[in-house]
Write a protein that binds this ligand. Structure first.
Ligand code: B1M
Length: 178
């Protein structure tokens, strides 16, 4: 993942920025990453059979970017988390309903567009107004920052997939200490 899939995707992103790649090439690159992750998934799970926590994850409403989210999923799964992947364009209602149904400890939200970041806040607000204060929220994605996460009341921000795993474990530890 670190040496092949991520550098490949980043190279595709640079070409896209320079105008050497267009949307069809980006879609092919992201599908190649997805298939690569599917191939790797069984090997990663082998090492971690025990479920350490349950996470509902998705890309927020009106946002179709899922490469980063899929990387987060693969490392969370590889670390023993049980994942419910809601896909892309996920509304606050869908996040909250799924968290309740799956009895999840964490809702993890990804956003790649500045215009869709506010849906993270809407989801957190709906979660709290539904009385599900025990469900914690983790946010990430290229335009998301620590200060934005604090501003919207998220329980954590992770800049990359590795940090998301550390943070998810930390959130669970904090929860069990309460
Ligand atoms: Co889009 N796109 N795109 N795009 N796209 C960006 C995001 C953009 C920065 C490109 C640019 O203009 N330079 C720009 C956003 C500008 C902004 O809002 N500030 C943009 C735009 C504008 C758009 C469209 C509006 C273009 C258009 O139609 N005019 C459109 C929007 C569609 C929509 O969502 N409604 C659009 C469409 C697309 C494609 C469909 C062509 C394709 C997405 C394919 C797919 O995902 N299935 C695409 C792509 C590929 C990109 C770029 C080139 C690459 C994104 C990516 O996959 N990066 C991107 C430019 C760029 O980032 N250089 C761009 C690789 C990936 C590994 O990184 O997702 O950042 P990333 O994930 C990282 C971290 O952010 C973090 O972990 C990962 C690494 O470990 N992370 C999390 C991510 N989620 C996390 C969640 C966590 C924790 C960490 O916890 C929950």
């Amino acid at each position: 993942i670190q040496q092949g899939l991520i550098p490949g995707m980043l190279e595709a992103s640079q070409k896209f920025r320079k105008g050497d790649f267009f949307i069809p090439e980006m879609l092919m690159a992201s599908r190649a990453v997805k298939v690569g992750l599917q191939v790797l998934r069984p090997f990663m799970n082998e090492e971690h059979k025990q479920v350490v926590g349950r996470v509902v994850i998705g890309t927020v409403k009106f946002d179709l970017h899922d490469v980063g989210k899929n990387l987060v999923i693969i490392v969370l799964e590889g670390s023993g988390f049980e994942i419910t992947d809601l896909g892309v364009d996920v509304s606050p209602e869908k996040f909250v309903r799924a968290a309740e149904k799956q009895n999840a400890q964490i809702i993890a939200m990804s956003s790649l567009l500045t215009s869709t970041m506010p849906w993270m806040k809407s989801t957190i607000q709906l979660l709290h107004s539904s009385g599900l204060h025990q469900v914690k929220t983790l946010v990430g994605g290229a335009p998301v920052t620590q200060s934005f996460a604090e501003e919207i009341g998220a329980d954590g921000f992770a800049p990359d997939a590795g940090a998301a795993v550390k943070l998810a474990k930390e959130i669970l530890r904090r929860g069990s200490a309460v």
